[in-house]
Design a protein around this ligand. Structure first.
Ligand code: SAM
Length: 217
């Protein structure tokens, strides 16, 4: 039932967690977590009425209304206190940032925080770095687009350098086949745009190309 993106998030979650899926829409992840017994209780949290109703309908359809509880919540605002892990997936960076910043002091209460933004992954890493949080794990998957799923913790980290912010401190160590494919595509993209950009932008693009070549070496 889960696609590769949601399946990877499912796999990254530890067994036995009370999970809150923030921005749950279809509630596929919460349903799979209880269906397989990986979680006993999951909160499917949604800000919008339409997606919340869709989540509720799916939860009922699959017969898990006792274990998956749909909650109307803007970010973490109404997320119950017994939540052990949170997932924020399929949203833009600025939405994720606001969800985190509205309840920043709550973040160190969670045993797992998993985040997947659809855009601006470098800005997400910069936000993590600026808050001195730690990137615990990163996995890149491909389903038409490339999606990077990041697990963070509030454990102190002195910050990440610009190469790590752009290309992922863990991804550049694990160097999976999907990541290498992604880097090669990025390399082609940047080489193509290099002759078309202003001189001041050339320096930045050349730096990115250098980073990619260093990782691919
Ligand atoms: C594209 S869906 C992603 C659904 C699912 N998480 C996934 O990855 O497939 C994003 C959902 O996040 C919800 N959303 C956006 N901002 C939110 C917020 N501040 N709090 C809770 N849900 C939010 C939207 O209503 C939408 O249903």
């Amino acid at each position: 039932m889960l696609d590769i993106r949601l399946q990877t998030i499912y796999d990254m979650l530890k067994k036995g967690m009370i999970v809150a899926d923030i921005g749950s829409d279809h509630a596929f992840l919460p349903i799979e977590l209880v269906k397989t017994g990986k979680s006993e209780k999951v909160y499917a949290c949604e800000i919008a009425d339409g997606p919340l109703l869709r989540a509720k309908n799916n939860i009922e359809k699959y017969g898990f209304s006792d274990k998956v509880i749909a909650i109307k919540s803007d970010g973490l605002n109404n997320v119950p206190i017994d939540t052990e892990a949170i997932v924020i997936a399929g949203v833009g960076f600025y939405t994720a940032k606001k969800i985190f910043e509205d309840n920043l002091s709550r973040l160190d209460k969670f045993k797992q925080i998993i985040i997947q933004v659809n855009s601006d992954i470098d800005l997400l890493r910069k936000w993590i770095s600026d808050n001195n949080f730690t990137i615990e794990n990163e996995i890149i998957v491909k389903k038409r687009h490339y999606y990077t799923i990041i697990e963070i913790s509030t454990k102190y980290n002195e910050g990440y350098n610009s190469k790590e912010l752009l290309f992922g401190p863990i991804l550049m160590k694990t160097k999976t086949d999907v990541y290498i494919e992604y880097l090669n595509k990025e390399l082609i993209k940047y080489k193509k745009i290099l002759p078309k950009v202003d001189d001041n932008k050339k320096e930045e693009i050349n730096k990115i190309i250098k980073f990619i070549n260093e990782i691919l070496k």
